[in-house]
Design a protein around this ligand. Structure first.
Ligand SMILES: NC(=O)c1ccc[n+]([C@@H]2O[C@H](COP(=O)([O-])OP(=O)(O)OC[C@H]3O[C@@H](n4cnc5c(N)ncnc54)[C@H](OP(=O)(O)O)[C@@H]3O)[C@@H](O)[C@H]2O)c1
Length: 237
């Protein structure tokens, strides 16, 4: 299988890349930190790398070139993401987060869906959203809103794929806390080791799940969050 992971210089994406390589797949990784991509290349010489910012105008050209180098694409995982606490509503954080999690995402997701249509209506797109997608919150307003966009968009593409009678599969992955740089200092609980999270993500992708919570127990938290009336939710959100 030919797999591209957008946002794999560190964290969940990097671990997914390592696991897919160990399983013998053809893997390409992207990110902005070239030195981390090159380190992966040194450890796994067969890996393809492309260094670009998903916010940049060159992102789709770089992605097309990567697909050409790999000789096709079966699975694209969008793991790029950015979020910082923004309790004082720092404009730079809100805008940067939205540019990566919404604008960067939609460009790549729409391109990938259309690419799958052009190649005959098959392929898989997995998006790393978050449990944070389920409700708004005051700590990271742009992040939770951006993740809600990703999950909602994934559902839209899923319906579109079925309407067009294709074999295109969309998987919306919603992690709770995972032990990476991004999750540090957020009052974490139930934080999963990144290896375990990546294993569960791979299993959900292989099963072509429409929505998957990682780790699985976060489905419970998401269900409770959805059910809470606003007057209670606002005390924690
Ligand atoms: N860790 C958690 O607890 C948790 C929970 C729920 C959801 N998630 C989601 O899981 C995904 C992976 O996060 P992580 O925990 O693995 O954090 P991470 O280690 O910070 O990984 C984020 C990845 O996204 C890439 N990225 C960020 N902004 C980018 C941009 N503008 N252009 C290109 N690449 C960009 C980073 O690469 P460069 O910096 O090299 O560009 C990095 O490879 C994110 O979407 C995150 O929102 C994480």
């Amino acid at each position: 299988m030919k797999v591209i992971i957008i946002g794999a210089s560190s964290g969940i994406g990097r671990e997914l890349a390592k696991q897919y390589i160990a399983l013998g797949h053809t893997v390409a990784v992207t990110g902005r930190r070239q030195e981390l991509l090159l380190e992966l290349k040194r450890q796994h010489p067969a890996i393809h790398t492309a260094c670009f910012d998903v916010q940049g105008a060159e992102a789709i050209g770089q992605l097309e070139a990567l697909i050409a180098r790999m000789g096709g694409l079966d699975l694209l995982i969008y793991s790029a993401g950015y979020g910082e606490p923004s309790e004082d509503l720092v404009a730079a954080i809100e805008i940067d987060s939205t540019a990566t999690n919404v604008m960067g995402f939609v460009k790549i997701a729409a391109f990938t869906f259309n690419y799958y249509l052009k190649q005959g209506g098959h392929g898989q797109l997995a998006v790393i959203s978050s449990v944070a997608a389920v409700r708004g919150n005051s700590f990271t307003p742009a992040y939770s809103a951006g993740k809600a966009y990703i999950s909602n968009y994934a559902e839209g593409l899923n319906i579109k794929a079925r309407k067009l009678n294709t074999s295109i599969f969309i998987t919306d992955i919603r992690p709770g806390f995972v032990n990476t740089k991004m999750a540090k200092g957020q009052g974490q609980f139930w934080a999963a080791p990144v290896e375990k999270a990546a294993r569960q993500i791979r299993t959900a992708i292989a099963a072509r799940k429409r929505v998957a919570y990682v780790t699985k127990r976060w489905r419970l938290i998401a269900s409770i969050m959805k059910l809470l009336p606003f007057w209670i939710y606002r005390k924690i959100g």
